[in-house]
Design a protein. Structure first.
Length: 280
């Protein structure tokens, strides 16, 4: 069942890209060219400290800035990138753009500001990953930012020793490790002992279910309880309503991300948001 579902998703994604380009090109070839032309760009979604109303950081989300179609969602090209290995050059391109963007506003960023990028497992287990991350860190003018590695995978995460070891090395080197989509994976729990995780991101499918009815928080209550028992710090994503915000506040979840606060925005828009906030 799952496999067929994944195949269907991939086919849909391939089709989505297909309709934008020459008939002769495969989706992979189309994407390869887009990466080379710098058409994959970073959007930034602010993460807020709900208690203090300050900006805690940003998550970088890939967008394809297509000359004809406008901005294309990552759901249509990240699966193609992961399947073809193009996720490595795609993410490298984002890392360079993100460092350049952050350097351009270096004096405006609060100390400890979090800058998170999504990394697919197949990239993390590639041979040069640790080296790439260390170079990425060196490309920042500021050395007091928190560079976050969000471990992301839509398919069940195949966590092997290699992945754990690489992430732990980066953790020792000052990187912040975040586990994305907590509560949705298959192997999510078995390796939590070996992996030095700084925080987890509660998936929006849990947060999105919260409404004014007491019953609606049952699953989220369990996920939060699990996270607390494992002593993991928590970021809640997909916060869209006041009811969700109130629930999270009541449960002492401080770091929040979602349309209730900000959507993912261009770098220019992010700079305006940053400048409109008092510096802390
Ligand atoms: P994710 O890492 O879980 O990112 C959060 C997604 O939720 C983003 O979708 C964001 O726009 C969306 N979101 C944020 N707040 C809200 C909200 O309040 N309500 C709702 N309904 N959605 C909200 P987006 O940008 O379409 O990205 C989808 C997924 O694609 C990401 O999920 C991530 O898994 C993947 N992705 C995006 N960029 C990259 C990347 O550069 N590399 C990799 N490997 N994956 C990426
Ligand atoms: Ca993420
Ligand atoms: Ca997520
Ligand atoms: Ca997700």
């Amino acid at each position: 069942g799952i496999l067929i579902f994944i195949l269907l998703i991939s086919a849909a994604a391939a089709y989505a890209i297909d309709k934008y380009l020459n008939k002769n090109d495969t989706p992979e070839e189309t994407l390869r060219r887009a990466i080379a032309k710098g058409e994959i760009v970073p959007f930034y979604q602010p993460i807020v400290n709900g208690r203090e109303g300050t900006l805690r950081g940003v998550e970088v989300l890939a967008r394809w800035k297509h000359p004809k179609a406008g901005y294309i969602s990552p759901a249509s090209f990240i699966p193609v990138a992961e399947k073809s290995g193009l996720i490595v050059p795609l993410t490298q391109s984002l890392m360079m753009q993100v460092a350049a963007n952050m350097n351009a506003i270096a004096s405006k960023l609060p100390s400890g500001f979090h800058v998170g990028i999504n990394f697919s497992a197949s990239h993390i287990t590639s041979l040069t990953f640790v080296e790439e991350c260390l170079r990425y860190r060196d490309s920042f003018n500021r050395d007091d930012l928190n560079l976050v590695i969000e471990v992301t995978e839509r398919e069940p995460l195949d966590v092997d020793e290699d992945l754990v070891q690489r992430l732990n090395t980066l953790h020792e080197n000052g990187f912040v490790i975040a586990l994305d989509d907590f509560g949705t994976g298959y192997s999510g729990l078995s390796y939590l002992h070996d992996l030095h995780i700084d925080y987890i991101k509660i998936d929006q499918s849990f947060v999105g279910r919260v409404n004014d009815f007491p019953d609606s928080t049952r699953i989220l209550d369990c996920v939060l309880d699990l996270a607390r028992k494992l002593s993991l710090s928590i970021v809640a994503e997909g916060v869209e309503t006041k009811a969700q915000l109130d629930y999270l506040n009541k449960n002492n979840i401080v770091f929040l991300q979602g349309y209730y606060f900000y959507k993912p925005v261009t770098f220019t828009e992010f700079v305006m948001i940053l400048l409109s906030k008092p510096k802390v």
